[in-house]
Design a protein around this ligand. Structure first.
Ligand code: UGA
Length: 440
């Protein structure tokens, strides 16, 4: 079977390579010529562990090809995955569906045989139903073009694993034939007893947005509690551990710190709220505004602590920022808390030097006036203050003696609760941690 994947960003490129690994002939399509050229050469334009190897393997096997021509995909494939972006709309909080609409409409106009279009992009509830009507209207007479929604739950940094071995499969369908085809496509995962949830369009769309909203809420919940421990004392990590032992709650996504960022959680909670407001349910998701605000307040807190440790005299001070990506194992800096904090300190007059193992280049594209270093040692050289803001393993492994001889002042802020601050304090450092009451 030949399948196409429209949109070759994080989601699409991973999905395309994974489909080839599963034995399909895959055509990846994108309007970005540069991206297609680079993918076709086996060069992944972003960092994702394990994906370059898979990409090269299937370019070599001949099962994976790339093109900018939608027509090529329409002609060759029976199944089309739509994996284009749904970013936040400029000037408002809803999702921008321009790319999804263009991909589905473009494909439908070009398809000349019966086919299944499978949406993977994260979309507001109601989108699939609307697209189904559009497909019906635009498809050539006599053709049967079916639509299904099959949301993707992959995490950046684990994208290959999550795609090849998903924890669940959600099929939003409106016909038994679509379900049957989806079951054939995902036969490998299904044979390993992966739970399959077959449902309607609306549920499948909502599962995805609800999952991200829940995860964002979990993070903001622990970060709200950390505002209390910052006031009354106590250990936010110990509290999270104790909460996590309750299997109904679970420990994961209870790491307090500078909060969530990236291309998904922030825009998805805003889009969900925007969508339910359109549906007249203004109050229903209002708590998500609060979650968003708690999340953004964490960044304010990190800046406040930096000001405090620099005696409110930031101008001209040298600040080392460890981490620019929105999370480890990624070079993605979209809505990155660490980069936001770094830029704010720079705008206050500090000299900021960032080191991230993978995201320096992307960060530099966004904020070219910040300083960038090639190693932790270089970043912290002569620093008046160090901020650890993305918990890469190499930063988690740092001990006080690793940096002591390099910095100008032994002051560090742990924005991710990963250092043993007592050990650092005992070695003569002044430390601050998100979620911990400041005491001198
Ligand atoms: C998220 C979801 O986890 C995926 O399931 C989903 O498929 C994806 O969005 C998507 O919609 O495409 P991702 O954006 O890769 O995946 O990142 P996460 O691992 O969810 O982390 C999001 C942010 O939360 C990061 O900035 C991370 O540092 C932060 N975080 C995470 C915390 O601050 N505390 C935690 O305990 C966990």
């Amino acid at each position: 079977m030949t399948v196409s994947v429209i949109g070759t960003g994080y989601l699409g490129a991973t999905h395309a390579a994974a489909m080839a690994e599963l034995g399909f002939d895959v055509i990846g399509v994108d309007t970005d010529e540069q991206k297609i050229k680079s993918l076709a050469n086996g060069d992944l334009p972003f960092y994702e562990p394990g994906l370059p190897e898979l990409l090269r393997k299937h370019i070599a096997s001949g099962r994976l090809t790339f093109t900018t021509e939608l027509e090529t995909a329409a002609e060759a494939a029976d199944v089309h995955f739509v994996a284009v972006g749904t970013p936040q709309r400029a000037g408002d909080t809803g999702a921008d569906l321009t790319y999804v609409d263009a991909a589905v409409a473009g494909l439908t106009r070009l398809i000349k045989r019966d086919a299944l279009i499978i949406g993977k992009s994260t979309v507001p509830v109601g989108t699939a139903r609307r697209l189904q009507a559009m497909v019906k209207e635009l498809s050539a007479p006599g053709l049967s073009i079916d639509l299904a929604w099959n949301p993707e739950f992959l995490r950046e940094g684990f994208a290959v694993e999550d795609t090849l071995r998903p924890d669940r499969l959600v099929f939003g369908v409106d016909s038994p034939a679509a379900e049957e085809l989806l079951r054939t496509i995902y036969a490998d995962a299904i044979s390993r007893n992966t739970p399959v949830i077959t449902t309607d369009f609306e549920t499948s769309e909502l599962v995805k947005t609800a999952a991200n909203a829940f995860l964002a809420t979990k993070i903001s919940f622990i970060n709200a509690i950390s505002e209390i421990t910052e006031t009354v004392g106590g250990s936010i990590s110990t509290l999270a551990d104790a909460l996590g032992h309750d299997v109904r709650i679970g420990r994961r996504f209870l790491n307090a710190g500078v909060g969530f960022g990236g291309g998904c959680l922030p825009k998805d909670i805003r889009a969900l709220q925007a969508r339910v407001s359109e549906l007249g349910l203004d109050r229903t998701m209002r708590f998500l505004t609060e979650m968003d605000e708690i999340n953004l307040r964490r960044r304010d807190r990190a800046v406040f602590l930096a000001d405090e440790l620099l005696d409110n005299d930031v101008v001209g001070k040298r600040i080392a920022v460890l981490g620019a990506a929105f999370k480890p194992e990624s070079d993605d800096v979209r809505d990155s808390p660490s980069l936001d904090i770094a830029a704010r300190l720079f705008n206050q007059g500090a000299e900021v030097f960032i080191y991230d193992p993978k995201a320096n280049a992307n960060a530099a594209k966004r904020f070219p006036r910040l300083g960038f270093a090639d190693s932790t040692e270089e970043a912290v050289q002569g620093a008046d203050l160090v901020l650890l803001l993305t918990e890469w393993p190499e930063f988690k492994a740092l001990g006080p003696s690793d940096l002591a001889g390099l910095v100008k002042s032994r002051k560090i802020i742990d924005g991710r609760n990963v250092l043993d601050w007592q050990e650092w304090e005992a070695a003569g450092w002044t430390t601050r941690t998100l979620g911990r009451k400041s005491v001198d």
